[in-house]
Structures are given as structure tokens and as C-alpha cells.
Design a protein around this ligand. Structure first.
Ligand SMILES: Cc1ncc(C[n+]2csc(CCOP(=O)(O)OP(=O)(O)O)c2C)c(N)n1
Ligand SMILES: [Mg+2]
Length: 806
């Protein structure tokens, strides 16, 4: 029998009189005020959305507004005990959480700290409008700043918290500990875990709260995040003071609905969401259901759970039961619930109930509460007026500065380390067994006579990646690497062999098989200030981390108005030999997504230099590695791969073999097949091919390619990706546009078939072969004397394949 412990449900039952030892009257009134602020803010937005007007101020807000009217006690209770060192993450419905956490921070910070935060944010751009005509205290000013900054952000104003680039569903303000809110529901489920990992590994103060909707508890990133957060290794394997669980509270904002689906009784099977904790670890995540209609019950839970986190016994799961009266969005007809149901909840409304409790307990008189509500309405009216004033709260001027947003996509930083400090390592680098072994290797593939060295002597591509990474581990104390089989095993392709010896557990570890969480946690880790190398074992598994790679990693730098940096180098190994689900080159998917840098080196010299640059940078990089060439020696850089540090700038293709008659531009490991083709062209047809290795896909400097095409007038573009919609096609179209006048024939793409990747024994029919280059040139560019093509590159075949969709 596996024994489970009972999970507490709504165990809090203290009255305000009993809580008087824990709260002053002012504290209790503040809790009331904070709830009223959220209620009024959301009510105002509801009126703006449904009637286009609030308190005589008309406004049209076409964007989203997912309101949390009814959930105020849950938000205020969650935020009340949190300090600015505690980070919250949320979802599309997080206005209330932003305000609650902001108000909590404001209550705790002194005037000087508040002024500094407000003045420093975008050089005072958000503060200036809020400050105009202000006569009260700094704390009152900070409250205005919070409400205005949030509202201006919702209305996409440049004076908003994220320059208007986040908006309602993604607004946040890190100086108050409010971290990104996520319109991809459940998206915070793994990102927040990464933030907690950052706090633990870098010994930072504070805890992390992941606010997740009850329906989003079904999302993959949430489950993967939970798996990651509850790994045994934190308590079993991590060293000494690093031992212990993550400082994380997964806070289920349980309003009992998704959009219209009811979680209990319909879309989920947990009944009481706290039950989830029981399946995750022996501590059952200290799970508990809390009455989210009573702010004091939530505060009580947070006080108790914080203790658990401070004792390193986290993570914790809280199921905070609440209800939203507002629709999913203001256009929601609430067809999925009855009027009676909503009214029943309104009858026990937390603000009304708490207010009457305050009056009953003699904390405040009804007039005092009325005064709070009146002042709050005035404040919200003031903020609305200001945030809708086109002069005071303008939008980004993308007419005068068309590249404004484009320039925000990358931070383009160059930083040896993300933080000062001594990196934790197990021994001096010279003592590392792999480093010692590499010192004996030949760093150029050929000897003085041009003969290849024996395999065992060669310094190979995986060594180049290793050298760059170990070097950074000794430079950047924040750097961590993880993925499947990264420790002990040495990474599935032995790139990390030797790293285990060099690094303590918390800097290099095995993750669960959770590709989403591998990337998602890296995102959270990086946005808090660390550098990280997550690894995806096979490119195909990128599909499993699709949300993280496509929706999260590339977005947060720009969506934060460039406040956040994202120094994440995702290592992705591109396979072959293992068939349809282990051999796909998805470079095009990565290159398609704005906000990612994409690198694909295939020589040891390039791999080391580009990995150094990727790791020196502050942007997300998808670093593709081909399993075909991990074992390949350096054949191009005659001085050999330098033992010391050097960088190859991202974005510069490299001429691997100069020539005059035709250009071959390669992506990834097709370089070596193109070189074979170049030999055939030279030996059989007397043509000299210039072979250019793209090396990087994003960014990409076309200069060398255009110069080459001007000389040769002909170009073939190759790669192992299926040709349709590939990056090869993008290169071909740009080259056509940019060098049309110099081309003798349209660029020809030699990519893989638009099929499943077949078994190894059939791969020659799928991946580009040296002979395909010759056939393609013969058919489409320049008839080659006496050549009999083995594969069909005719226009008719191209038309037929497209017509058949293959
Ligand atoms: C990945 C994803 N799927 C679907 C949606 C559309 N959607 C927006 S809110 C929502 C319901 C979320 O319910 P819950 O997690 O309980 O949060 P709540 O809205 O109740 O706060 C859905 C399905 C989305 N934004 N993201
Ligand atoms: Mg919900």
C-alpha cells in the first residue's frame, strides 16, 4: 500500500477578533483597500469594454481585458506577505495580482526605495505623468504610479510598465517582484520553476509564486514544471547547503472555470485541485485547499507555507478557491452558468463580507469603508483620464521610428558573466580529465604532409563545444546546464564528458524527460538574471518544447520593453540514422520565429567560436549541432582550433572553399557533401565551385553570398531540412531579389524530400547526396557535358511533387 496523508481543506476558521494579534487595524484596512482597488480597477475596465465609458470618461479599448472581479481576496491574500524579493508569475487574468503585489510592495518599501524604483523605470517615463500635480506622500504617489503604469500598459501606451509592448495579458513590473504574466495559459507553470531554480542556485532571497488557473492545471508546461520542481535530486543529490527543495508555491487561482468549462465535474478529474499534490512527491507538495474568499485564510496559508520553503522543504501547492463574477472576457455571455449561481457567490462576496467583519470587530466604521471606496473610485478615474490622454500617454512612435520594435527584439549584449562572483567548481580547469586529454589532441585534421591524423588523435567538433562551455562555467558563476542525461552520462553525444567532474550538482544536472520544462525553466532562470544552457537531445523533440521555444523564449525581451534579458543557449542535436522521429532538421522552424538567434556550425573551429559568442551574448540562441559531425576534425582552419578563447560573430557565413564558376551555399552538415560535389565538378567538368557555409541563419549577413553570386552568376543552396518552407527557400528568395541582375539562372534548392525520414538504409533517397548537386546544376543551371542525371531535378518533377504535396 502507498499511504497518502490527508490534504487539508479550508481548515482556517479564525475570526478577525482572534487575528487581532497578527494584524493592526491599519493592516486590516489596507487589506480591504487593496481588494477595493482591484474591484474598482476591473469594474472600470469592464465598463470601458462594455459601455465605452467610466465615470464620464469615454474610451475605446479594442484589446483584451480578462477580468477577475470576485477574485480579489485570493489575489490580496497571495500578495500580502510577499516582499519585493518574492516573485509572482501569472496568466492572462492577472491585473488583480499585479495590483495586489504592487500594493504590498509599496506598503513595505520606504520612500527612498520607492522614489528610486519610480525614477529609474524608463528614466521616469511612467512616473512623470503620475507625478504631475501630486501633493500627497511618496507612498500615495507610488500607488498612483502602480495603477497608472498598469493601465497605461493595458492601453498599449509607451508610458506603461512595459512600454505598451506587453499589454493586458502580459503586463508586469519586476521592481515590485511582478514577473511576466502569460497569455499562453499554463505558460508560467515551468517558467516560474526556473525562477525558483535561479533563486536557489544563486542563493537569492525570496520565494516564487506561480499563479495558475484551475483549468490550466491540465497544461503540459504545468505538469512538466511540477515534475521538474519536485525532482528527488534537490533533496537527495545536491551538495550540502544546496540540498533542499525549491522555494516555490504553485498557487492555483481556482475560480472553478476555464473559459466556460467547469473544472470540477467536467474538464478535470481532481475534484479538489489540491489532490494533485499527492501524486507528485512524498511531501504531497504540502498541498492544501484554502478559502480564497477570505483574505486572512490565504495570508495564514502563506505564512505557514513560507516557513516550509524557508526550511528548504518546498515546493508547495495551494488550491485557492475563488470565483469570478465577470465573464471570461467582457464579451462573454455566461451561457455556461446560471444567474442564480453567480448571485449565490455574490451574496458571499469577499469585499462585502470582509467589510462587515471589520465593522463588527470594531476595526472601522461603515463611513470609513465608504471613504475608501470613494477615494479609490477617484483614483481609478484619475488614472483612466491620464492613461487615455494621447498627449500625456502616447503610444510608441513607430511612424517616425519604424524600427523601434525591431530594435527591441535582441539585447545584443556582450557579457563575460551575468553577475560578479566566484564560480563554484570542483577543481582548477587544468586538472579536469577531459581538458588534460584535449591538450594532447591534434587541433588540425591533417599532418604536415596533408595526411589525416588517426581518429583517436583528432580534436573534434564535440570538443570545440565542450571547450567553449567549460570555459564559460569557469567565468560565469550563474551558468547552469541541464537536460536529459547531462550529468554522469556526459550528454547523449558525449559533449559534456568531463563536465561532471568539474561541476557541483547544482550547476550541471539531469532533468526529467520534460523538454517543455527544460526550456521553460531556462527562460525563468534567465529572466531573473542567470545564464543557462538547456539541451534538447534530438531536434525532433523541439516539438515537445514548442510553446517554450516559439511563444516564450523569443518574446520576453521585447515584451518587457527590453527590461529583461534572455541569455539562453538551447543546444539542439540534429540526428540521422534513426528514422522519422529522430532525424529531422527543424532549423526553419526556429529561424521563422522572430526573437531567436539561430546557429548551425559544422566544423570544430566554428563550433567553438560560435558557442563562445552565443554564451557571451544576452539573447536566446538555438544552437543546432549535427550528430553526423560530432566526430569530425578541423579541416579548414589551418592553424588548428585555438586552445584559448576566441569568438566568431553570429551572422557571418564563411567561405570554406573559394571558387569562380558556381556558388554552393550550405546549411549544416551538407557542407561536406557539397565539398564532395565540388570535387566532382572540378575533376569531371572543370568547374570551380565556391562553397560557403551559412554557419548562422539568424542573423544572416548576405554580403559574402551576394559578392560570390556576382562572380559566379549561379547558386545552389543546400541543407538537410525538408525543402518545402525551409530556410534554404528563404535564402533563395532573398538572393533572387538581391542579386537578380547577376544570376544566370534562378537559385536552386537542394534539400531533403518532403517525406518522413526513412531508415538509415534508405536515407540516401531522402537527404541531399553529392550527386544531387551535380544533377541539379545539370538540369537547372548549366548542362554538364556527358552527364546523365540519377535524380530528377526537372521543372516537371518539381511541379508534380508540389501537386502531390510531397
Ligand atoms: C495554451 C492556451 N490554450 C487556450 C487558451 C485560451 N484560453 C484563454 S483563458 C482560458 C481558460 C483558462 O482557465 P483557467 O486556467 O482556469 O484560468 P481563468 O481564465 O479561469 O483565470 C483559455 C482556454 C490560451 N490562452 N492558451
Ligand atoms: Mg479558472
Amino acid at each position: 500500500m502507498i499511504e497518502f496523508q490527508p490534504i487539508p481543506v479550508n481548515q482556517y476558521n479564525k475570526s478577525i477578533a482572534e487575528e487581532k494579534a497578527n494584524f493592526s487595524d491599519d493592516d486590516l484596512l489596507r487589506i480591504y483597500r487593496d481588494m477595493v482597488v482591484i474591484r474598482e480597477f476591473e469594474t472600470m475596465l469592464n465598463l470601458i469594454k462594455t459601455r465605452g465609458e467610466y465615470n464620464g470618461i469615454p474610451y475605446n479599448h479594442p484589446g483584451p481585458a480578462h477580468l477577475s472581479i470576485g477574485q480579489e481576496a485570493a489575489a490580496v491574500g497571495m500578495a500580502y506577505t510577499l516582499s519585493v524579493d518574492d516573485f509572482i508569475f501569472g496568466s492572462h487574468r492577472s491585473h488583480g495580482e499585479i495590483l495586489a503585489k504592487g500594493l504590498s510592495a509599496i506598503a513595505q518599501l520606504n520612500d527612498e526605495a520607492l522614489m528610486k524604483i519610480m525614477e529609474n523605470h524608463f528614466g521616469g517615463a511612467t512616473l512623470r505623468p503620475a507625478q504631475k500635480g501630486h501633493k500627497g506622500t511618496v507612498r500615495e504617489l507610488a500607488i498612483k504610479f502602480l495603477i497608472y503604469g498598469t493601465l497605461a500598459e493595458i492601453f498599449a501606451r509607451e508610458t506603461g510598465f512595459n512600454k505598451g509592448l506587453g499589454g493586458s495579458m502580459h503586463a508586469f513590473f519586476t521592481p515590485f517582484g511582478v514577473y511576466p504574466n502569460n497569455a499562453i495559459v499554463g505558460g508560467s507553470g515551468d517558467i516560474a520553476v526556473g525562477a525558483a531554480l535561479y533563486k536557489k542556485v544563486n542563493r537569492k532571497k525570496g520565494i516564487v509564486v506561480a499563479n495558475i488557473g484551475d483549468a490550466s492545471m491540465a497544461c503540459g508546461p504545468v505538469w512538466e514544471g511540477l515534475s521538474f520542481a519536485t525532482m528527488d535530486q534537490f533533496t537527495e543529490l545536491w551538495n550540502e547547503e544546496m540540498k533542499g527543495g525549491l522555494p516555490l508555491i504553485v498557487n492555483i487561482m481556482n475560480n472553478q472555470y476555464g473559459m466556460g468549462g467547469q473544472t470540477c465535474g467536467e474538464t478535470m478529474g481532481y475534484g479538489i485541485a489540491a489532490r494533485i499534490g499527492a501524486g507528485l512527491n512524498k511531501d504531497q507538495m504540502h498541498a492544501e485547499r484554502v478559502d480564497g474568499y477570505n483574505p486572512l485564510a490565504v495570508i495564514d496559508a502563506y505564512r505557514r507555507k513560507r516557513q516550509i520553503l524557508e526550511e528548504k522543504r518546498g515546493p508547495v501547492l495551494l488550491d485557492v478557491l475563488t470565483y469570478r463574477y465577470s465573464g471570461h472576457s467582457p464579451s462573454d455571455a455566461s451561457s455556461y452558468r446560471t444567474k442564480e449561481e453567480v448571485e449565490a457567490w455574490e451574496e458571499v462576496d469577499s469585499i462585502l463580507w470582509f467589510g462587515s467583519e471589520l465593522v463588527n470587530a470594531g476595526v472601522a466604521g461603515e463611513l470609513q469603508l465608504e471613504q475608501i471606496r470613494k477615494e479609490t473610485a477617484e483614483l481609478i478615474t484619475w488614472a483612466l483620464k491620464l492613461a487615455t490622454d494621447e498627449e500625456i500617454s502616447p503610444r510608441m512612435d513607430t511612424c517616425s521610428y519604424p524600427n523601434l520594435i525591431g530594435d527591441m527584439m535582441f539585447s545584443n549584449g556582450s557579457m563575460d558573466r551575468m553577475e560578479e562572483g566566484e564560480p563554484e567548481v570542483n577543481h582548477p580547469m587544468e586538472e579536469n580529465p577531459r581538458v588534460k586529454q584535449l591538450a594532447t589532441k591534434e587541433r588540425y585534421a591533417f599532418d604536415k604532409e596533408g595526411k589525416p591524423h588517426s581518429k583517436i588523435k583528432n580534436y573534434v567538433l564535440r570538443d570545440g563545444i565542450f571547450e567553449a562551455i567549460i570555459d564559460r562555467f569557469y567565468k560565469d558563476p550563474t551558468l547552469v546546464a541541464y537536460g536529459e542525461e547531462n550529468r554522469d552520462w556526459g550528454g547523449a553525444f558525449a559533449v559534456y564528458r568531463g563536465l561532471t567532474e568539474a561541476l557541483p550538482y547544482h550547476r550541471l544536472f539531469n532533468s526529467p524527460i520534460s523538454e517543455g520544462a527544460i526550456v521553460g525553466t531556462a527562460i525563468g532562470y534567465a529572466m531573473c538574471g542567470g545564464r543557462v544552457i538547456p539541451e534538447i537531445m534530438y531536434c525532433d523533440f523541439l516539438g515537445r518544447s514548442g510553446d517554450e521555444v516559439f511563444n516564450q523564449l523569443p518574446k520576453w525581451q521585447a515584451m518587457s520593453g527590453n527590461v529583461l534579458k534572455m541569455p539562453v543557449v538551447v543546444r539542439v542535436s540534429v540526428g540521422s540514422k534513426y528514422g522519422a522521429q529522430h532525424s529531422q532538421d527543424w532549423t526553419a522552424l526556429a529561424a521563422h520565429i522572430p526573437g531567436l538567434k539561430v546557429v548551425f556550425p559544422v566544423t570544430p573551429y566554428d563550433a567553438k567560436g560560435l558557442m563562445n559568442s552565443a554564451l557571451q551574448g544576452t539573447d536566446p540562441v538555438i544552437f543546432f549541432e549535427s550528430q553526423r559531425v560530432y566526430d569530425i576534425g578541423e579541416m579548414f582552419h589551418k592553424e588548428g582550433v585555438p586552445a584559448g578563447y576566441y569568438e566568431i560573430p553570429l551572422g557571418e557565413p564563411d567561405i570554406k572553399r573559394p571558387g569562380n564558376d558556381i556558388t554552393i551555399l550550405t546549411i549544416g552538415a551538407t557542407l561536406y557533401r557539397a565539398l564532395e560535389a565540388a570535387d566532382i565538378l572540378e575533376n569531371k567538368y572543370g568547374l570551380s565551385a565556391e562553397v560557403i557555409d551559412a554557419r548562422t541563419l539568424v542573423p544572416f549577413n548576405y554580403d559574402k553570398v551576394i559578392t560570390s553570386v556576382k562572380k559566379t552568376g549561379k547558386i545552389i543552396i543546400s541543407g538537410d531540412a525538408s525543402a518545402r518552407c525551409s530556410f534554404m527557400r528563404d535564402l533563395a528568395s532573398n538572393i533572387t531579389e538581391l542579386a537578380f541582375d547577376y544570376l544566370d539562372a534562378p537559385p536552386v534548392v537542394v534539400g531533403s524530400r518532403n517525406w518522413i525520414t526513412p531508415a538509415y538504409e534508405l536515407e540516401d533517397a531522402f537527404f541531399p547526396q553529392p550527386s544531387w548537386f551535380i544533377d541539379a546544376i545539370h538540369e537547372r543551371i548549366l548542362p554538364l557535358n556527358g552527364h546523365v542525371p540519377g535524380s530528377d531535378f526537372s521543372e516537371q518533377e518539381q511541379l508534380d511533387r508540389n501537386a502531390r504535396g510531397v
